[in-house]
Ligand binder design. Structure first.
Ligand SMILES: C[S@@+](CC[C@H](N)C(=O)[O-])C[C@H]1O[C@@H](n2cnc3c(N)ncnc32)[C@H](O)[C@@H]1O
Length: 289
């Protein structure tokens, strides 16, 4: 789980899709029925997982801008989305930085935008008024100041927000082991280290954004969207175990023999098909209507 490789994003995508809060997806669909052509900003889009989930949910005419600072992920998104559309009987045409996917009922334009969201707030002025601002698995990386700025700009645009799969700080393994809680506390401290946006909010990000938006007059829904990983999700459990062990090693004071023991036992349980894991997230939907 080091960085955000395309492999890691591919591995988590089915778990993300299964975890999304259905009540908030329903609210999004109800909102969409009242709006025609749709412009969407996807912040930290990675390889396009958020689009793949939402394109059919939203339906009709959509203009997406996929924003990310990683050019390799954006290139992968372009490739993956073309293949994804063709598999679903859609036509895909490539117009340089823009991909057009269409069938009888849907027409999606996807523009790739390579930029660093942490540095250059110019993106907020170059992107024409989006109707929907969305992000998946992003805002736990950002600072309170960054979120406040985003919230104010969304209010100026009068945009709806769908911000999903923000880590909420809870991790529960089954069977439980003695050091689970110790590891979870270190992971949550690591969550709050700087990820390029200033001190990260980690588990507090989604409730913080909810409060900011409410103060700006938004009606906000904040609902759980946990990963519930079973024995057959061994690859994702193992990737999480590796990423968390590495994160704890980076910041916990040594010696870390306890961590090696914990990690070894956890891996053994996963490999023997005896491990279940839940990881808490928040989904947020906010609109002014
Ligand atoms: C956990 S991944 C989620 C990707 C995608 N939304 C998904 O759900 O699969 C976080 C994404 O944020 C992007 N990201 C992180 N920091 C960024 C920054 N400063 N500017 C733009 N994108 C950034 C990463 O490149 C990565 O694609």
């Amino acid at each position: 789980m080091s960085g955000f490789s395309a492999e890691w994003l591919r591995l988590r995508e089915p778990a993300d899709a299964a975890a999304r809060n259905p009540a908030l997806t329903t609210r999004l669909i109800a909102w969409r029925r009242r709006h025609d052509a749709l412009s969407v900003l996807d912040l930290g889009s990675g390889t396009g997982s958020n689009f793949r989930f939402l394109a059919r949910v939203l339906g009709g005419r959509q203009h997406w801008r996929l924003l990310d600072h990683d050019p390799a992920l954006l290139a992968q998104a372009h490739e993956d989305l073309g293949r994804w559309a063709i598999k679903r009987g859609m036509k895909a045409s490539d117009e340089g930085e823009t991909l057009v996917l269409k069938d009888n009922t849907n027409h999606c334009r996807l523009e790739r935008c390579w930029l660093d969201l942490s540095e250059d707030w110019a993106w907020l002025t170059v992107v024409p008024n989006p109707r929907l601002v969305t992000a998946s698995a992003l805002i736990d990386l950002v600072s309170a100041d960054w979120l406040a700025r985003l919230a104010r700009r969304c209010r100026q645009w009068r945009a709806v927000l769908l911000i999903v799969l923000s880590y909420d700080g809870s991790i529960a393994w089954e069977p439980a082991m003695e050091d689970d809680e110790r590891v979870r506390e270190w992971i949550n401290r690591h969550q709050c280290t700087d990820k390029g946006f200033g001190p990260a909010l980690g588990p507090d990000a989604a409730p913080t954004l909810a409060g900011l938006l409410e103060r700006l007059g938004y009606r906000v829904g904040l609902r759980p969207s946990p990963w519930m990983l079973a024995a057959q999700d061994a690859a994702l459990q193992t990737a999480l175990l590796d990423g968390w062990t590495e994160a704890v090693r980076q910041i916990a004071p040594g010696p870390d023999a306890w961590l090696d023991d914990w990690s070894r036992h956890r891996r053994d349980l996963i490999e023997r098909g005896h491990s279940r894991l839940s990881v808490g997230h928040w989904d947020l939907f906010a609109s002014l209507e």
